[in-house]
Design a protein. Sequence first.
Length: 276
Amino acid sequence: MEGLTGCAKTGECIDILTELESWYSRENGQYLLAGTRTAVDRILDTAFGYHLLQTGCTRGHALFAASPINHRIYAAQRAGEQVTLLALADELPLESDSIDTLIAHHTLDFADNPHQVLREIQRVLTPQGQLIIVGFNPHSLLGFGTRLRGISRKSLWHGRKGVSQSRLTDWLHLLGCEIQDTVRLGAVPLAGRGALRRWLMRLDGWSNRHNLPGGGLYIVHAIKQVSGIHRPRRQWQLRRERLIGLVPKPTAAPAPTPFRPTRAGVAQQKKSSEGK
């Protein structure tokens, strides 16, 4: 990922957000961002609902322009021109089962606890909600280069291994999300100028069309298949039910048994009348 560490060394970027935004503003970043938008647009064409949320580390890369959903929320940790909600990815101030489509743009890549972030994303998604996860693939040429740069303590990638596609697949299955498709981009890192760069772009385009493994970016499309979260009943409701169970139900008084004289009783009655 050319340019990420250089940004940190020159002091132009002071944290993950600004450094990642700086990388995306460069030529290689713009190339991958354009491919990401194209892939996400295809998914959004069939993603309907009332509410869309995008989370991530950047503030100016909205990926939901092609969405038919009108209510769109851009959540980030810092204010920006396109940001409409300031929030942490692992503590979203949203109700459970409230978001129809969610785009996680590098949300897991730089999280201290990516599994917890994914659980929070799953929580706010509605049943049958659409989930789009964009992440860097650590098992790629791009990922290998970032790990080398991560040796430096000033690097954006220092101490971060990223989330592999296989691990992400396992986590999604555990959370009841079914993967629909995976798109891979940037298998061939671009370098050089002129004819060399054009040849690398054609080679990368061929790799993208055939969706070959090893892409520097993966875009995973999944659907939340589990039912809505069962919210526990309030304590006063449970207490009321327990109290009702302790009160004995009134029972009806037993009906009087009709008098039916027996043979012995009739004989005794006759003897009494004869004696008189």
